[in-house]
Every structure is written in structure tokens, then in C-alpha cells.
Design a protein around this ligand. Structure first.
Ligand code: A3P
Length: 281
């Protein structure tokens, strides 16, 4: 698959959309972090918007009103620099590409991970629907690209492993999309514990309700606000983000042979990953 230069370019061998320009990617390492920055890290299509919405509600809740937050896009560095409130920064960068200052200031990190087969299906639809990404016709062509890191943001395996390898230095909280679906209450509670936010059970239930798939999808559809205002450079319209929000959709896409090939690669790459063992894979 070729990468049309007006949509995709390679940086350090990784495909990025041209909205994340070479200048921007080169300037990342000079980025000034703040000690209370919070990073929401994910490989694309792993539930980034869901996590961001939970954070918005957590910080809007009465407990955290003393420290209002703003959601910032790492592809808009000037905007981020000018933010006054606590910054919550979603990013798809791998650990190796993360601006050094975040590491030095030991900023908190929440990493959301999703079964890669469902992630692959979700990204496939995203490629098909998103005018910022090249057109892909066949699922089989796309799946080969996904497995070989030729899709936007590169290899799922490398991304996950880069963050897992440094989990002791970052002290990151790892959340699984599938566990969040199964038990959102526990997941929000884990986030609260990690951030030192003390919420009443009712408030947690309220947040889970407001951030359910149907609530989020409906509110985006009704929204009068700018539909282009999203959490990252990859997204052209928030409306494209909320598709099915389910677990196990991959079963309708993978042939037996594709599944076997995927499993072989998964086992080869992820055999020493403790994250992978808990992935409901
Ligand atoms: P599907 O394409 O499988 O439906 P990201 O925000 O990282 O781009 O991830 C998008 C994926 O997360 C989409 O998956 C989307 O439907 C799903 N998603 C978004 N909000 C969700 C929610 N509140 N609950 C469950 N899944 C959600």
C-alpha cells in the first residue's frame, strides 16, 4: 500500500497524517511539560475519546472543581502552551516519541489498551470513513498493513510494548477497554484512586451513565458545537468516532487463516508481555 504524500508521511519510519507535520513532530522534544500534566495514551481506536470524556466528568465533579482542566491536542502546541488550567493531553505517541520533559517531570499517564483484533476492525472503518486517511478497498490488504505497522501511528505491537517496557518509570495506569465495558464502575474507581480523587459511589455511577456509548453517541449527534473539535489530530469529525463500541466484532471480519496468522504474530511479539495476558484476547 502506498501512502499518498498529501495525507500520510513517514516520520522515523512511522506513518503519520500530514496534520502532524514534520516540523511539529521534530519540535515535540522541546515541549515543556508541567508537573501536573496528565497524559491519556492510546493506540488509535482503543477508546481514547471515551477515556477523555470520563476525565472531563471527573474534573467537572464537585471534588475537582478546585483544579479545572482543559483537554489539549498535542498536535496544537501553541494552544497547549497557552492553557492555564490543568492540562489533560490525549496522545497516540509511542513512549520513544513522547517529549522528554513529560518523562523528566514524571507526569501521570493513563494508557488504554484494546484487543488488537477489535482495534484493527475499528481502524479499518476509520480509514474508510475518514477523509484525512488514504482510501483502502480490501479488508485483506488493510489487515496486512495493520500487522506490519503500515497504518497510521505504526505497529500496535510496538506501541503497546514501548509503554509496557517503561511502566515502572512512568508508573502508568493501564486500563483495558474490555474491562471498562464489563465493569465501568470499577474502572472509574481505579482512575480515581490513581489520581487521588475521592468520589462518592453515586458520583461514579453518574459518570458511568454519562459516558456510556449510547449517551456519548447521542450527545455528539445532537451537538450544536463544532463537530470538528476532537481530541487528536487523527480525527476529522467526532461523529466518526462512535461507531459500534462493542467487544468481539473482529469475529465477523477475520477468516480462519487471517486469525491464525494474527495469532502467530501476536504470540511471537507479545509472549513476554504481562499486559497481553490480561487482554481477553
Ligand atoms: P468501534 O469503531 O469499534 O465502534 P478512539 O476514541 O480511540 O478513536 O476509539 C474509538 C472506538 O471506541 C470506537 O470503536 C468507538 O465506538 C469506541 N467508543 C467510543 N466511546 C465509547 C464508549 N463510551 N463506550 C464504548 N466504546 C466507545
Amino acid at each position: 500500500m502506498s501512502h499518498p504524500a498529501d495525507l500520510i508521511h513517514l516520520f522515523n519510519g512511522i506513518p503519520f497524517t500530514t496534520r502532524s507535520s514534520v516540523e511539529l513532530l521534530r519540535s515535540l522534544d522541546r515541549f515543556q511539560a508541567r508537573e501536573d500534566d496528565l497524559l491519556l495514551v492510546s493506540y488509535p481506536k482503543s477508546g481514547t475519546h471515551w477515556l477523555a470524556e470520563i476525565m472531563k466528568h471527573l474534573y467537572l465533579s464537585k471534588v475537582a472543581l478546585t483544579s479545572p482542566m482543559e483537554l489539549g491536542d498535542i498536535s496544537k502546541l501553541d494552544e497547549l502552551n497557552n492553557m492555564i488550567a490543568k492540562r489533560i493531553i490525549p496522545t497516540h505517541l509511542s513512549y520513544d516519541m513522547l517529549p522528554r520533559d513529560f518523562k523528566e517531570k514524571k507526569c501521570k499517564v493513563i494508557y488504554i489498551i484494546r484487543n488488537p483484533k477489535d482495534t484493527a476492525v475499528s481502524l479499518y472503518h476509520y480509514y474508510r470513513d475518514n477523509p484525512n486517511l488514504p482510501t483502502i478497498e480490501a479488508w485483506s490488504t488493510y489487515l496486512h498493513m495493520f500487522l506490519h505497522g503500515e497504518v497510521v501511528c505504526g505497529s500496535w505491537f510496538d506501541h503497546v510494548l514501548s509503554w509496557e517496557e517503561h511502566k515502572n518509570e512512568t508508573g502508568a495506569l493501564f486500563l483495558h477497554y474490555e474491562s471498562m465495558k464489563k465493569d465501568p464502575f470499577q474502572s472509574v474507581r481505579r482512575i480515581c484512586t490513581y489520581l487521588g480523587i475521592n468520589l462518592h459511589e453515586n458520583e461514579i455511577h453518574e459518570i458511568c451513565k454519562k459516558t456510556s456509548f449510547s449517551e456519548m453517541k447521542n450527545s455528539v449527534e445532537k451537538e450544536n458545537s463544532d463537530p470538528n473539535q476532537t481530541v487528536c489530530a487523527l480525527t476529522s469529525s467526532k461523529k466518526l468516532v462512535f461507531r459500534k463500541g462493542t467487544v468481539g466484532e473482529w469475529k465477523h471480519y477475520f477468516t480462519n487463516k487471517q486469525n491464525r496468522l494474527f495469532d502467530e504474530m501476536y504470540n511471537r511479539k507479545m509472549h513476554s508481555s504481562s499486559l497481553a495476558k490480561n487482554l481477553h484476547y
